[in-house]
Design a binder for this molecule. Sequence first.
Ligand code: NAD
Length: 483
Amino acid sequence: MNAPSPVSDLRNTFQRGTTRPIQWRREQLLGLRRLLRDNEVALTTALHQDLRKSATEALLTEIGVVITEIDHTLTHLRRWLRPRRVRIPIKLHPARATVVREPLGVVLVIAPWNYPLQLVLGPLVGALAAGNTVVLRPSELAPATSRILAELVPRYLDRRAVRVVEGGVEATTSLLGERFDHIFFTGSGRVGRIVLEAAAANLTPVTLELGGKSPVWVDETADLTVAARRIAWGKFVNAGQTCVAPDYVLTTPRARPAVEAALREAITELFGHDPRHSPDYARIVSADHLARLTKFLDDGAVAAGGQVDEHARYFAPTVLTDVDPTSAVMQQEIFGPILPIVEVADVDAAVDFVNDRDKPLALYVFTGSAPVRRRFQRHTSSGAVICGTALLHLAVPELPFGGVGPSGMGAYHGERSIATFSHDKAVLDKPLRPDLTRLIEPPYNRFGRWLVRLLSTMPSTTSHLAATQRWAAPTRKVRDDRQ
Ligand code: NAD
């Protein structure tokens, strides 16, 4: 039998105003920081049990990412929450217009299994900092991490405001029947659709952090040793079970042999001659997932790896060549340690290849040529475009993290998280005297008509024009690459 829903308790907490003071929000973030620091060993052990993640990888990609997010938020929170005065058109003076960030209420965070800590606690940072109460739904496919979160969260955070609901699909389905003020979902597009449909019943706003196939372009002008090592790290960290993992490589027939050789060397450098014995190489989450990946081996020639051990849920870091773009491995998100190399004639063909498919979550470019980098930045669309490295954009809190089209809806990290979990409320405060708006109220006469025409054709304010120019300009004098 399901436990009683915590939503009404959380709504009461929210309505009593408990979560509004900045001090309360800061205390929660500090509590979360303590949770991570005090329990580092227990948390890394749980992650090892679930995915055989090494402690270093767990620190780097799970605990460390959340701590960075907490620290960045603590540093800037006051500024982000400050009401923002905005200009008003001359014709509406005197008045004061302000944008006020207010919390939404009760937020549901649904997380997947692949980064079972980071993807529960990362959104939690934003939701708490924005002043919400939160239901956390960790993935049942990472049971050790789910268990320890359910144990620790009530010890370190305000129990009136944060609840962990464990369980499987049934538990999520029952939660989705409740009314939330925001649903933050990380997972597959398939379940994303289910979440969106459930949210529609209550008109609940939704953030969808989904996946897809993130392409890599690499050409012979890149330093292939470094490029291959960075691609291999991004691909094979967590055994390829990363939403922004490089999914496949696009390169030219001329560069392909060198790229293939460099990738083989990089795999050996990172994980040794037999990655099965590397303490730094993770395992596949389940037997079903392993079976799904094993079928992909038929879709190309194995140029590296290819070994599978069902019992240990081991799948070697694998490179596939001679891959047909219509094969299953090139149709589905791989989400495992298989890296197909696809040959295309040139950079134009690579751009077309990307644009002919779903908009990816990330696009990686490895080239020594600035025009080629710009070409990808300007002529493709993706959640992010990253040149010269893989995955690290998610460690930059000032960059919004999210997809576009089938790879997701909405974004978070840094201030974007506050925007996601807040409502920017418009507040207009106009004194009753002088009563100038009387001039544009009925009964209308010739003077009123003349005045309305005048007001509606005049530029509203000179400062308004300046603001328009400011909005159109890229921030911080970043070079405008849109020509
Ligand atoms: P999933 O969609 O199967 O599951 C995600 C969550 O939804 C889990 O908590 C699960 O319990 C729940 N769920 C599953 N089936 C459900 C149903 N029928 N009704 C209601 N809830 C249900 O995803 P996953 O397998 O856990 O994770 C892999 C996917 O997540 C990949 O597509 C990957 O790209 C994506 N992902 C995206 C990001 C990102 O930040 N964009 C991060 C990690 C993973």
